[in-house]
Design a protein around this ligand. Sequence first.
Ligand SMILES: NC(=O)c1ccc[n+]([C@@H]2O[C@H](COP(=O)([O-])OP(=O)(O)OC[C@H]3O[C@@H](n4cnc5c(N)ncnc54)[C@H](OP(=O)(O)O)[C@@H]3O)[C@@H](O)[C@H]2O)c1
Length: 386
Amino acid sequence: MSEADDAHFMARAIGLAKRAWGATHPNPMVGCVLVENGEVSSGGYHEKDGGPHAERAALSSLMRNPRPGATLYVTLEPCSTPGRTGACTDAIIASGIHRVVVGATDPNPAHAGRGFEVLRKAGIEVTTGVLAEDCADLNLIFNQVITTGGPLIAAKVATTIDGRIATRSGDSQWITGEEARTDVHRWRRLFPAIGVGAGTVMTDNPRLTARLPDEPEWCPVRFVFDGRLRSVVDHRLPKVYSDEFASRTIVVTTQHGGLGYVRKLKAMGVGVWVFEAPSGRVPLEVFRARCAAEKIGGVLLEGGAQLVSRALAERQVDYFFAYQAPVLFADDKAKAVLSGLRTDKLPQALRLADLRRTTLGDDGLVRGRVVYPPKLQVDETLFSLG
Ligand SMILES: NC(=O)c1ccc[n+]([C@@H]2O[C@H](COP(=O)([O-])OP(=O)(O)OC[C@H]3O[C@@H](n4cnc5c(N)ncnc54)[C@H](OP(=O)(O)O)[C@@H]3O)[C@@H](O)[C@H]2O)c1
Protein backbone atom coordinates (compact mmCIF):
# COMPACT_ATOMS: atom_id res chain seq x y z
CA MET A 1 0.00 0.00 0.00
CA SER A 2 1.46 3.42 -0.94
CA GLU A 3 1.72 6.42 1.41
CA ALA A 4 -1.10 8.07 -0.54
CA ASP A 5 -3.30 4.99 -0.01
CA ASP A 6 -2.54 5.05 3.71
CA ALA A 7 -3.48 8.74 3.90
CA HIS A 8 -6.67 8.06 1.93
CA PHE A 9 -7.86 5.30 4.25
CA MET A 10 -6.85 7.24 7.35
CA ALA A 11 -8.96 10.15 6.10
CA ARG A 12 -11.90 7.73 5.87
CA ALA A 13 -11.27 6.67 9.48
CA ILE A 14 -11.18 10.33 10.55
CA GLY A 15 -14.54 10.86 8.82
CA LEU A 16 -16.02 7.98 10.80
CA ALA A 17 -14.57 9.26 14.09
CA LYS A 18 -16.30 12.62 13.54
CA ARG A 19 -19.72 10.97 13.49
CA ALA A 20 -19.45 11.00 17.29
CA TRP A 21 -18.59 14.73 17.38
CA GLY A 22 -19.12 15.90 20.96
CA ALA A 23 -20.64 12.58 22.09
CA THR A 24 -17.65 10.68 23.49
CA HIS A 25 -16.56 12.78 26.52
CA PRO A 26 -14.55 12.00 28.56
CA ASN A 27 -13.31 9.56 25.94
CA PRO A 28 -11.63 10.42 22.64
CA MET A 29 -13.20 10.36 19.21
CA VAL A 30 -11.71 7.43 17.33
CA GLY A 31 -12.45 5.99 13.89
CA CYS A 32 -11.30 2.79 12.22
CA VAL A 33 -11.55 1.14 8.80
CA LEU A 34 -10.57 -2.35 7.74
CA VAL A 35 -9.13 -2.67 4.25
CA GLU A 36 -9.05 -5.94 2.31
CA ASN A 37 -7.70 -6.23 -1.25
CA GLY A 38 -7.47 -2.43 -1.46
CA GLU A 39 -11.12 -1.84 -0.50
CA VAL A 40 -12.78 -0.78 2.74
CA SER A 41 -14.67 -3.85 3.93
CA SER A 42 -15.80 -2.55 7.31
CA GLY A 43 -15.60 0.45 9.59
CA GLY A 44 -16.45 1.56 13.08
CA TYR A 45 -16.09 4.40 15.53
CA HIS A 46 -16.28 4.98 19.26
CA GLU A 47 -19.82 6.22 19.76
CA LYS A 48 -19.86 7.08 23.44
CA ASP A 49 -18.15 6.60 26.79
CA GLY A 50 -18.51 2.95 27.84
CA GLY A 51 -19.29 1.80 24.28
CA PRO A 52 -17.04 -0.46 22.16
CA HIS A 53 -13.80 1.05 20.92
CA ALA A 54 -13.54 1.82 17.20
CA GLU A 55 -11.31 -1.20 16.43
CA ARG A 56 -13.74 -3.62 18.06
CA ALA A 57 -16.70 -1.94 16.34
CA ALA A 58 -15.01 -2.31 12.93
CA LEU A 59 -14.02 -5.93 13.56
CA SER A 60 -17.44 -6.97 14.84
CA SER A 61 -19.35 -5.28 12.02
CA LEU A 62 -17.34 -7.42 9.56
CA MET A 63 -19.13 -10.51 11.01
CA ARG A 64 -16.35 -12.86 9.89
CA ASN A 65 -12.58 -13.08 10.27
CA PRO A 66 -10.56 -10.58 8.23
CA ARG A 67 -9.06 -12.01 5.02
CA PRO A 68 -5.33 -12.75 4.95
CA GLY A 69 -3.33 -9.56 4.32
CA ALA A 70 -6.02 -7.26 5.80
CA THR A 71 -4.92 -3.85 7.08
CA LEU A 72 -6.60 -1.96 9.91
CA TYR A 73 -6.48 1.86 9.94
CA VAL A 74 -7.17 3.55 13.25
CA THR A 75 -6.93 7.24 14.15
CA LEU A 76 -5.54 6.66 17.67
CA GLU A 77 -3.03 4.15 19.02
CA PRO A 78 -4.94 1.01 20.08
CA CYS A 79 -5.27 0.60 23.83
CA SER A 80 -3.18 -2.13 25.39
CA THR A 81 -4.79 -2.17 28.85
CA PRO A 82 -8.07 -4.03 29.52
CA GLY A 83 -10.19 -1.04 30.73
CA ARG A 84 -13.96 -1.69 30.67
CA THR A 85 -14.10 -3.15 27.18
CA GLY A 86 -10.89 -5.23 26.89
CA ALA A 87 -7.56 -4.25 25.30
CA CYS A 88 -7.97 -3.48 21.59
CA THR A 89 -4.50 -4.90 20.94
CA ASP A 90 -5.86 -8.33 22.08
CA ALA A 91 -8.80 -8.10 19.67
CA ILE A 92 -6.50 -7.08 16.78
CA ILE A 93 -4.05 -9.91 17.47
CA ALA A 94 -6.87 -12.46 17.79
CA SER A 95 -8.36 -11.35 14.45
CA GLY A 96 -5.22 -12.34 12.53
CA ILE A 97 -4.77 -8.88 10.97
CA HIS A 98 -1.49 -8.52 9.12
CA ARG A 99 -0.85 -4.77 9.28
CA VAL A 100 -2.03 -1.87 11.48
CA VAL A 101 -1.75 1.79 10.45
CA VAL A 102 -2.14 4.38 13.21
CA GLY A 103 -2.69 8.15 13.14
CA ALA A 104 -1.97 9.68 16.55
CA THR A 105 0.08 8.18 19.35
CA ASP A 106 -1.66 7.80 22.73
CA PRO A 107 -1.18 11.24 24.34
CA ASN A 108 -0.92 9.69 27.80
CA PRO A 109 2.86 9.46 28.36
CA ALA A 110 2.30 6.39 30.58
CA HIS A 111 0.85 4.48 27.60
CA ALA A 112 2.36 6.18 24.53
CA GLY A 113 3.87 3.61 22.18
CA ARG A 114 2.91 0.58 24.28
CA GLY A 115 0.15 -0.48 21.88
CA PHE A 116 2.65 -0.45 18.99
CA GLU A 117 5.09 -2.61 20.96
CA VAL A 118 2.44 -5.19 21.86
CA LEU A 119 1.30 -5.47 18.23
CA ARG A 120 4.85 -5.70 16.85
CA LYS A 121 5.74 -8.41 19.37
CA ALA A 122 2.79 -10.38 18.01
CA GLY A 123 4.31 -10.15 14.52
CA ILE A 124 1.99 -7.44 13.17
CA GLU A 125 3.47 -4.77 10.88
CA VAL A 126 2.77 -1.35 12.42
CA THR A 127 2.95 2.00 10.59
CA THR A 128 2.55 5.10 12.76
CA GLY A 129 2.05 8.84 12.29
CA VAL A 130 -0.23 8.75 9.21
CA LEU A 131 -2.16 12.08 9.15
CA ALA A 132 -0.95 12.35 12.75
CA GLU A 133 -1.79 16.05 13.11
CA ASP A 134 -5.34 15.63 11.79
CA CYS A 135 -5.84 12.64 14.08
CA ALA A 136 -4.52 14.50 17.14
CA ASP A 137 -6.72 17.48 16.22
CA LEU A 138 -9.79 15.25 16.63
CA ASN A 139 -9.08 15.11 20.34
CA LEU A 140 -8.03 18.57 21.49
CA ILE A 141 -10.12 18.18 24.63
CA PHE A 142 -9.27 14.57 25.48
CA ASN A 143 -5.55 15.20 24.93
CA GLN A 144 -5.57 18.07 27.43
CA VAL A 145 -7.55 16.16 30.08
CA ILE A 146 -5.41 13.04 29.83
CA THR A 147 -2.13 14.94 30.05
CA THR A 148 -3.03 17.60 32.65
CA GLY A 149 -6.05 16.20 34.54
CA GLY A 150 -7.86 19.50 33.92
CA PRO A 151 -10.04 21.07 31.23
CA LEU A 152 -9.08 22.64 27.92
CA ILE A 153 -10.00 26.30 28.24
CA ALA A 154 -10.47 27.82 24.81
CA ALA A 155 -11.51 31.31 23.75
CA LYS A 156 -13.22 32.51 20.62
CA VAL A 157 -13.36 35.92 19.00
CA ALA A 158 -14.90 37.09 15.75
CA THR A 159 -13.38 40.29 14.42
CA THR A 160 -12.73 42.48 11.42
CA ILE A 161 -9.28 42.28 9.80
CA ASP A 162 -8.23 45.18 12.03
CA GLY A 163 -9.27 43.28 15.16
CA ARG A 164 -12.54 45.09 16.01
CA ILE A 165 -15.75 43.53 17.34
CA ALA A 166 -18.09 46.50 16.99
CA THR A 167 -18.26 49.92 15.34
CA ARG A 168 -17.88 53.09 17.41
CA SER A 169 -21.67 53.13 17.94
CA GLY A 170 -21.68 49.46 19.03
CA ASP A 171 -23.02 47.88 15.84
CA SER A 172 -21.71 44.31 15.91
CA GLN A 173 -24.26 41.85 14.53
CA TRP A 174 -23.04 40.26 12.41
CA ILE A 175 -19.41 40.86 11.51
CA THR A 176 -18.86 37.33 10.23
CA GLY A 177 -21.15 35.53 7.79
CA GLU A 178 -23.45 32.57 8.14
CA GLU A 179 -20.87 29.83 7.51
CA ALA A 180 -18.57 31.14 10.22
CA ARG A 181 -21.49 31.39 12.64
CA THR A 182 -22.54 27.82 11.86
CA ASP A 183 -18.96 26.74 12.53
CA VAL A 184 -19.22 28.29 16.01
CA HIS A 185 -22.26 26.08 16.59
CA ARG A 186 -20.20 23.02 15.61
CA TRP A 187 -17.63 23.90 18.26
CA ARG A 188 -20.40 24.51 20.79
CA ARG A 189 -21.53 20.97 20.06
CA LEU A 190 -18.03 19.70 20.76
CA PHE A 191 -17.22 21.53 23.96
CA PRO A 192 -18.87 20.17 27.12
CA ALA A 193 -19.26 23.75 28.35
CA ILE A 194 -19.26 27.32 27.07
CA GLY A 195 -18.71 30.50 29.05
CA VAL A 196 -19.60 34.17 28.63
CA GLY A 197 -19.28 37.29 30.75
CA ALA A 198 -22.17 39.13 32.34
CA GLY A 199 -21.77 41.93 29.79
CA THR A 200 -22.52 39.60 26.89
CA VAL A 201 -25.50 38.00 28.63
CA MET A 202 -27.02 41.40 29.38
CA THR A 203 -26.28 42.98 25.99
CA ASP A 204 -26.97 40.13 23.57
CA ASN A 205 -29.19 37.85 25.68
CA PRO A 206 -27.87 34.79 23.79
CA ARG A 207 -29.33 31.29 23.96
CA LEU A 208 -25.86 29.67 23.93
CA THR A 209 -27.04 26.40 22.45
CA ALA A 210 -25.72 24.52 19.42
CA ARG A 211 -28.18 24.82 16.57
CA LEU A 212 -27.01 22.84 13.56
CA PRO A 213 -28.95 21.89 10.42
CA ASP A 214 -30.78 18.54 10.76
CA GLU A 215 -29.80 18.13 14.40
CA PRO A 216 -31.82 18.72 17.54
CA GLU A 217 -30.83 21.81 19.51
CA TRP A 218 -28.07 20.91 21.95
CA CYS A 219 -27.28 22.67 25.19
CA PRO A 220 -23.81 22.41 26.70
CA VAL A 221 -23.18 23.53 30.27
CA ARG A 222 -23.52 27.34 30.06
CA PHE A 223 -21.26 29.30 32.40
CA VAL A 224 -22.09 32.94 33.03
CA PHE A 225 -19.24 34.83 34.73
CA ASP A 226 -20.92 37.43 36.87
CA GLY A 227 -18.89 38.32 39.97
CA ARG A 228 -21.53 40.70 41.36
CA LEU A 229 -24.67 39.09 39.91
CA ARG A 230 -25.47 42.17 37.84
CA SER A 231 -27.32 39.98 35.36
CA VAL A 232 -29.76 38.83 38.06
CA VAL A 233 -30.56 42.33 39.28
CA ASP A 234 -31.64 43.32 35.81
CA HIS A 235 -35.44 43.45 35.53
CA ARG A 236 -35.22 41.56 32.22
CA LEU A 237 -33.85 38.15 33.20
CA PRO A 238 -31.54 36.63 30.55
CA LYS A 239 -32.86 33.65 28.59
CA VAL A 240 -30.16 31.35 29.95
CA TYR A 241 -31.79 31.62 33.41
CA SER A 242 -35.33 30.91 32.29
CA ASP A 243 -35.40 28.80 29.12
CA GLU A 244 -35.94 25.03 29.04
CA PHE A 245 -32.19 24.45 29.53
CA ALA A 246 -31.93 26.67 32.65
CA SER A 247 -30.67 23.70 34.69
CA ARG A 248 -27.65 23.58 32.32
CA THR A 249 -26.67 27.15 33.29
CA ILE A 250 -24.13 27.74 36.05
CA VAL A 251 -23.42 31.27 37.26
CA VAL A 252 -19.81 31.78 38.34
CA THR A 253 -19.76 34.45 41.02
CA THR A 254 -18.18 35.70 44.23
CA GLN A 255 -19.31 36.50 47.75
CA HIS A 256 -20.04 40.02 46.43
CA GLY A 257 -23.04 38.69 44.52
CA GLY A 258 -25.41 38.68 47.48
CA LEU A 259 -27.14 35.68 49.00
CA GLY A 260 -30.61 36.80 47.96
CA TYR A 261 -29.70 36.66 44.27
CA VAL A 262 -27.96 33.31 44.73
CA ARG A 263 -31.20 31.94 46.25
CA LYS A 264 -33.24 33.44 43.43
CA LEU A 265 -31.08 31.69 40.83
CA LYS A 266 -31.21 28.38 42.67
CA ALA A 267 -34.99 28.64 42.94
CA MET A 268 -35.10 28.92 39.14
CA GLY A 269 -33.03 25.72 38.87
CA VAL A 270 -29.87 27.57 37.81
CA GLY A 271 -26.55 26.34 39.25
CA VAL A 272 -24.32 28.77 41.13
CA TRP A 273 -20.62 28.45 41.91
CA VAL A 274 -19.65 30.97 44.56
CA PHE A 275 -15.95 31.68 45.12
CA GLU A 276 -14.20 33.83 47.69
CA ALA A 277 -12.51 36.56 45.64
CA PRO A 278 -11.63 39.95 47.11
CA SER A 279 -11.64 41.53 43.63
CA GLY A 280 -15.18 40.48 42.70
CA ARG A 281 -13.75 38.52 39.76
CA VAL A 282 -13.19 34.79 39.95
CA PRO A 283 -9.58 33.88 39.15
CA LEU A 284 -9.71 31.58 36.13
CA GLU A 285 -7.18 29.24 37.73
CA VAL A 286 -9.65 28.56 40.55
CA PHE A 287 -12.45 28.08 38.03
CA ARG A 288 -10.25 25.63 36.13
CA ALA A 289 -9.64 23.59 39.30
CA ARG A 290 -13.38 23.42 39.99
CA CYS A 291 -14.05 22.24 36.42
CA ALA A 292 -11.41 19.53 36.89
CA ALA A 293 -13.10 18.44 40.14
CA GLU A 294 -16.52 18.38 38.43
CA LYS A 295 -15.06 16.45 35.47
CA ILE A 296 -15.87 19.16 32.92
CA GLY A 297 -13.18 18.55 30.29
CA GLY A 298 -13.51 21.63 28.09
CA VAL A 299 -14.84 25.18 28.25
CA LEU A 300 -15.16 27.49 25.25
CA LEU A 301 -15.16 31.14 26.35
CA GLU A 302 -17.19 33.00 23.76
CA GLY A 303 -16.71 36.51 25.08
CA GLY A 304 -17.04 39.24 25.66
CA ALA A 305 -13.92 41.27 25.41
CA GLN A 306 -13.40 41.61 29.16
CA LEU A 307 -13.75 37.95 30.05
CA VAL A 308 -11.43 36.77 27.27
CA SER A 309 -8.88 39.56 27.90
CA ARG A 310 -8.76 38.71 31.59
CA ALA A 311 -8.43 34.99 30.92
CA LEU A 312 -5.48 35.64 28.60
CA ALA A 313 -3.84 37.98 31.12
CA GLU A 314 -4.16 35.20 33.70
CA ARG A 315 -2.52 32.76 31.22
CA GLN A 316 -5.58 30.56 31.43
CA VAL A 317 -6.53 30.30 27.75
CA ASP A 318 -5.06 27.11 26.31
CA TYR A 319 -6.53 27.32 22.84
CA PHE A 320 -7.72 30.21 20.69
CA PHE A 321 -10.24 30.48 17.86
CA ALA A 322 -9.97 33.67 15.78
CA TYR A 323 -12.68 34.17 13.17
CA GLN A 324 -11.91 37.02 10.84
CA ALA A 325 -14.21 38.79 8.39
CA PRO A 326 -12.83 40.59 5.32
CA VAL A 327 -13.94 43.92 6.77
CA LEU A 328 -11.97 46.97 7.91
CA PHE A 329 -13.31 49.75 10.14
CA ALA A 330 -10.01 51.62 10.23
CA ASP A 331 -11.51 53.61 13.08
CA ASP A 332 -9.60 53.86 16.34
CA LYS A 333 -12.89 54.43 18.20
CA ALA A 334 -14.29 51.09 17.01
CA LYS A 335 -14.36 48.50 19.82
CA ALA A 336 -11.19 46.41 20.03
CA VAL A 337 -11.49 42.81 21.01
CA LEU A 338 -8.61 42.31 23.43
CA SER A 339 -6.83 44.60 25.83
CA GLY A 340 -5.08 44.65 29.18
CA LEU A 341 -1.60 43.55 28.19
CA ARG A 342 1.42 45.72 27.61
CA THR A 343 3.52 44.40 24.77
CA ASP A 344 6.62 46.50 24.28
CA LYS A 345 8.69 44.10 22.23
CA LEU A 346 7.69 41.36 19.80
CA PRO A 347 9.04 38.50 21.95
CA GLN A 348 6.50 39.55 24.63
CA ALA A 349 3.60 38.71 22.32
CA LEU A 350 1.38 35.68 22.70
CA ARG A 351 1.53 33.34 19.74
CA LEU A 352 -0.54 30.48 18.40
CA ALA A 353 1.05 27.11 17.65
CA ASP A 354 -0.19 23.93 15.95
CA LEU A 355 -2.11 26.20 13.61
CA ARG A 356 -5.18 25.13 11.68
CA ARG A 357 -6.76 27.40 9.07
CA THR A 358 -10.20 27.08 7.54
CA THR A 359 -12.08 29.20 5.02
CA LEU A 360 -15.75 29.66 5.84
CA GLY A 361 -17.47 31.51 3.02
CA ASP A 362 -15.80 34.93 2.89
CA ASP A 363 -14.41 34.56 6.41
CA GLY A 364 -11.42 32.76 7.83
CA LEU A 365 -10.75 30.84 11.01
CA VAL A 366 -7.28 30.53 12.48
CA ARG A 367 -7.07 28.38 15.56
CA GLY A 368 -4.21 27.06 17.64
CA ARG A 369 -2.66 26.40 21.00
CA VAL A 370 -1.72 29.56 22.91
CA VAL A 371 1.98 29.94 23.65
CA TYR A 372 2.69 32.52 26.35
CA PRO A 373 5.92 34.50 26.68
CA PRO A 374 7.83 33.87 29.93
CA LYS A 375 6.45 37.10 31.40
CA LEU A 376 3.25 39.01 30.67
CA GLN A 377 2.95 42.65 31.59
CA VAL A 378 -0.64 43.21 32.69
CA ASP A 379 -2.27 46.64 32.86
CA GLU A 380 -4.36 46.08 36.01
CA THR A 381 -6.11 49.45 35.73
CA LEU A 382 -7.99 48.14 32.71
CA PHE A 383 -9.43 45.32 34.75
CA SER A 384 -10.53 47.34 37.77
CA LEU A 385 -14.20 47.16 38.64
CA GLY A 386 -16.39 50.01 37.57
N1 LIG B 1 -17.17 39.52 18.41
C1 LIG B 1 -17.12 38.59 19.34
O1 LIG B 1 -16.43 37.59 19.20
C2 LIG B 1 -17.96 38.72 20.58
C3 LIG B 1 -18.25 37.61 21.35
C4 LIG B 1 -19.02 37.76 22.51
C5 LIG B 1 -19.45 39.03 22.87
N2 LIG B 1 -19.18 40.07 22.09
C6 LIG B 1 -19.62 41.40 22.48
O2 LIG B 1 -18.92 41.79 23.65
C7 LIG B 1 -19.75 42.70 24.37
C8 LIG B 1 -19.68 42.39 25.85
O3 LIG B 1 -18.35 42.41 26.23
P1 LIG B 1 -17.89 43.05 27.59
O4 LIG B 1 -16.40 43.05 27.56
O5 LIG B 1 -18.59 44.33 27.78
O6 LIG B 1 -18.45 42.04 28.63
P2 LIG B 1 -18.16 40.53 29.05
O7 LIG B 1 -16.73 40.16 28.92
O8 LIG B 1 -19.18 39.67 28.39
O9 LIG B 1 -18.55 40.63 30.55
C9 LIG B 1 -17.76 41.39 31.42
C10 LIG B 1 -18.30 41.26 32.81
O10 LIG B 1 -18.35 39.86 33.17
C11 LIG B 1 -18.00 39.75 34.51
N3 LIG B 1 -16.80 38.93 34.60
C12 LIG B 1 -15.79 38.84 33.70
N4 LIG B 1 -14.82 38.03 34.15
C13 LIG B 1 -15.23 37.59 35.35
C14 LIG B 1 -14.69 36.71 36.31
N5 LIG B 1 -13.50 36.12 36.12
N6 LIG B 1 -15.39 36.47 37.44
C15 LIG B 1 -16.59 37.03 37.62
N7 LIG B 1 -17.16 37.88 36.76
C16 LIG B 1 -16.49 38.15 35.63
C17 LIG B 1 -17.69 41.11 35.05
O11 LIG B 1 -18.81 41.65 35.71
P3 LIG B 1 -18.59 42.73 36.91
O12 LIG B 1 -17.91 43.89 36.30
O13 LIG B 1 -19.96 43.01 37.40
O14 LIG B 1 -17.76 42.05 37.92
C18 LIG B 1 -17.40 41.91 33.81
O15 LIG B 1 -17.72 43.25 33.87
C19 LIG B 1 -21.14 42.54 23.83
O16 LIG B 1 -21.45 43.74 23.15
C20 LIG B 1 -21.05 41.41 22.87
O17 LIG B 1 -21.87 41.62 21.74
C21 LIG B 1 -18.45 39.97 20.96
